[in-house]
Design a protein around this ligand. Structure first.
Ligand code: SF4
Ligand code: SF4
Length: 310
């Protein structure tokens, strides 16, 4: 049996190349695993836990194949049906014997040298397109040391670096170890009411807002770009009341531009594969993409407040 990974070892989900939606140009996106927030709508539920997890996609399981069962020391697999999550110890012995990829280990330790070699190989694409490397997740700042090491290594090779963050991090180690190595930050603001933020995201928002204000001040020196983003989640963040509050906060701190992110319901399929219960099972509106008309109305609402909404 292989060793179970320790709880606090930083894990990565994957590195995705040729990405066009996570910053300027052609980028590689390094997805970290683990997040202090637990947003109910998270479209990457596999990124929430800091632990490695077993994903089982029943749709990919080959009918009549029972190969994994004989390799599970806990008898935790019901081929074609599911995993007994109480019995599974996450040893991952079943993963390499699965011929279809229905069983997957989600989350692996980072090998910085291997990772840098992979990122370096795509440098010609970054240079030709004005792209670079994006650190995403999960929450990359949860692995502050690894994030700083990777960002510094990229910058040392002239690779543009961008961090996507929910902003819930300790300021001092971030300012000291990560910020000097970043070209850009995409910073998510979700709910302006702190109690709502705690209810829907698991933590209050005071630290997030304080960190954002510090970054606004420092960004005036022009050493990095700062882009606030608001995920539009039906009936939760995507309300005129919440957008008004966020818009006024941004204008108060001197920010004029905000990016809106359309709601993405991919948790509907991903959650069950990881044994994570769907939280909005009864609400049809949470199982579909945001209506275009609503997104346009909310965008106009921010424009009316005096912001450029992109
Ligand atoms: S990861 Fe879980 S299901 Fe797979 S072999 Fe180990 S105990 Fe069995
Ligand atoms: S080894 Fe893979 S394909 Fe075969 S029964 Fe197990 S999960 Fe299904």
């Amino acid at each position: 049996m292989t060793a179970i990974l320790t709880k606090h070892e930083p894990l990565l989900l994957e590195v995705k190349g040729n990405a066009l939606d996570d910053g300027p140009g052609i980028r590689s996106v390094v997805f970290f695993k683990g997040c202090k927030l637990s947003c109910r709508w998270c479209h990457n539920p596999e990124s929430l836990s800091q632990n490695a997890e077993l994903s089982f996609n029943v749709a990919d399981c080959i009918s009549g194949c029972t190969r994994c069962r004989g390799h599970c020391p806990e008898d935790a697999i019901m081929p074609g049906v599911g995993i007994n999550r109480w019995a599974c110890t996450r040893c991952f012995d079943c993963v390499p014997v699965c011929p279809s990829g229905a069983l997957r280990q989600v989350g692996k330790p980072a090998n910085v040298a291997e990772l840098m070699a992979k990122l370096r190989a795509d440098k010609p694409f970054y240079e030709a397109s004005g792209g670079g490397v994006t650190f995403s997740g999960g929450e990359p700042t949860l692995a502050m040391e690894l994030l700083g090491e990777l960002a510094a290594a990229c910058r040392a090779e002239g690779i543009h670096t961008l961090l996507e963050t929910a902003g819930y991090f300790r300021w001092e180690p971030f300012e000291r170890g990560v910020l000097p190595h970043l070209n850009a930050i995409y910073y998510d603001l979700k709910l302006m009411d702190s109690e709502d933020h705690r209810a829907y995201c698991g933590v209050p928002n005071e630290r997030i807002l304080a960190n954002f204000k510090r970054l606004v001040e420092l960004s005036r020196a022009g050493t990095f770009d700062l882009q606030p983003r608001i995920p539009l989640v039906p009936d939760i963040t995507a309300t005129e009341e919440n957008l008004t509050a966020i818009g006024r906060f941004l204008l108060d701190v001197g920010v004029r531009q905000v990016r809106l992110l359309d709601y993405n319901p991919t948790w509907v399929d991903k959650g069950p594969q990881l044994g994570i219960a769907n939280k909005f099972t009864e609400l049809d509106i949470m199982r579909t993409w945001l209506p275009r008309g609503l997104a346009a109305r909310l965008r106009q609402h921010l424009v009316d407040l005096g912001l450029e909404a992109i």
